[in-house]
Each structure stands twice: as structure tokens, then as C-alpha cells.
Design a protein around this ligand. Sequence first.
Ligand SMILES: [Zn+2]
Length: 365
Amino acid sequence: MKAISTVPGSQVLNIVEREEPQITAPDHVKIKITQIGICGTDREIAHGGRAQAEDGLTDLVLGHEMLGLVTEVGSAVTAVKPGDHAVFIVRRDCGLGYPCCENRSDMCASGHYKERGIHKLDGYMAEYVVDNERYCLRVPESILDIAVLTEPMSVSVKAVDEAVKIQAARIPGANYETYLQGKKALVVGLGPIGLLGAFALRLRGAEIIGMDIVDAFSPRPMLLKEIGGSYINGKEIATNMIDDIYGHIDMIFEASGVAKLGFDLIDALGVNGVYVLTGIPGVGRPVDISGGELMQQMVLMNQVMVGSVNASKKHNEMAIQALVDSRTKWGNAIDKIITEIMPFTDINAAIANTSSDEIKTVITF
Ligand SMILES: [Zn+2]
């Protein structure tokens, strides 16, 4: 079968032949891949960034955001059947105990987890994949055309979930389910994770202010407006003016990965505010911050800063539900996250496709 691989550290992608995987255990599910989303991590790997091939292999099949058709299942599988559409999650347990054994490899404590298409396991840019049922989720037919967004949505949903859980647990009388209703959330960086975060936050009843540095009438801010959000162009409004204009912010969802901006924005966070970080900045560039002021503010205002990466199977389930709910609430607004669909033979063009109007490029197999 055809697959797209790279030798980690190189800057070359190849269409290669891989042996078609087969069902060899009762809990195996075989999926014919239909769509793969491309994200910043794929682009980073394609440009020689962090990735590791499987033990014994020199190249790594890329791709971790997938959707496909179940073609065959092992005798013990009950979650999906041939003909269903389904997704596999990204991470695989380290096998060394908690939290991985509780299906929370996203919080793996040993660091020995693997990630398909990123770290020590081939990814999903291939015609077929086989994996265990416990990593597989069925997708409703009603969202087939957006279900490739499940993985990035799961990352956004987890970040919001963790942030809300933490603050709802700290504040007497606060309810996890209703915590964000009427609260103000600032979403920083309107790429796929930021925009999907905005959908997730709106579904929980938060008011959204999005921030980026693109023109207010370009596709990403316009999509934000379509779901009732307002937009700040970071080139036009200073970070220390945000709370003067919008009032104190209850939650900041950081998805820009720009360290200086990330720290400057703490100024806007209000009493009992929670700041969740999902962007990963490049290292090595020091940032000047007013450390004293920052610590004073965080202590006196009971603020929390939390980092969030990857997502559990539970968050992938929540992501599928969020995609369904987004469709119900805002029609095909969520569809606009997918800006290009290309055949897998155009992988180099798909990786290079980073115009300011691009949100999510998807390749098809
Ligand atoms: Zn682990």
C-alpha cells in the first residue's frame, strides 16, 4: 500500500510502499483511511523537526489527524463494525501504570508513551491502518465531512475541560457544567486549535474575544464573528488595553505559541481567572517580563496557569459531540475550518500551504 513517510531530521517527504497491515488479534480494527488533516506538528516534522521513527525503522509515516472507513474487525470488537466511519486517537500507553492504564496516556507520567505519526509509531498517512479497539471511536454519519477535525478539536476540548475543572473545583458553589456561562474568554491565535477552542468555549456558554494579527475581514476573524465572537487585531490594540476595553477576562486560551505575547496577556486576566496554554513556542528566545508584577497579580487574584497537551479518548468523544453540537448550533460554520482538500499525491503542496487564509488543509487517500 502507499504511505507518506519522512526520515526524521530530513526535509524530504516520500510516497513509499508499506506492507498493508492485517488484523492479528481479536481486538483489532482495520480502517481504510479517507482523510488526514495537516497541522503545525506535521509541518515541523516535514521541515526536520522533532519526530522519531519506530524502533528498527529509519523512516516514519506521517499523519495523526485521521478519518476512515472500518473495513474489518477482530472477533471481540464491539465498538465499531465494517461500514462504520471511525477515528483512531494519537497516543499509545506506556504500559507502566497510572495514568496510562486508566486510558489517560495524554497525562503519561513516565514519558514512554508513543504517538502515531510523531513519536516511535507510524502515522495515518497510509491507505490502511490497524490498531486496537480501545483507541478507536465511531463517528456519526451526520458529521463525516468534518470528522477529520476530531483530533484537533479533542486538543481544544481537553484544554477547556482541564481549565474549567481546576477553577470549578477551587471556587465554592461553582459548577463544572455551567462554569463558563456568561464568562469572558480570550482566545489568542486563531489557527485551528484557537478557532476550535472558540467553538468549544461558545458551546459552554462563554463570551468570546479572539485575538490574532490578521485583517478583521479575513476568513478566521469572520468565522469567529459567525459564532458570536468579537475580534481584536493584536497589531492595533496593546495587550495592556484589553481589560480596559473588554473588562476582566475569566479565561485565556493561548494557541499562538508566541511567548512574549502569552506573558504580556496575563495582564488582562481577572479575579479567579484561569490561563490555559496550548501553543508551543520555539525555544531559545528569552522574554522580558515584569516578574514581580506578574507574581503579585497571580497571587492576589487567585489565578491559575495550566499547560495542556494531547487528549484522552474521553476528550475525543467530547470532541465528536462538540462537532455535532456546532453543526446543530451554527450550521456549516464549523465546515469553514477546512479550507483545502488535496489528494495525497500533492503532499508537498499541502505541507507548503500556509497562506494567511489557510486554516486546515486536509489530504485524501
Ligand atoms: Zn504512561
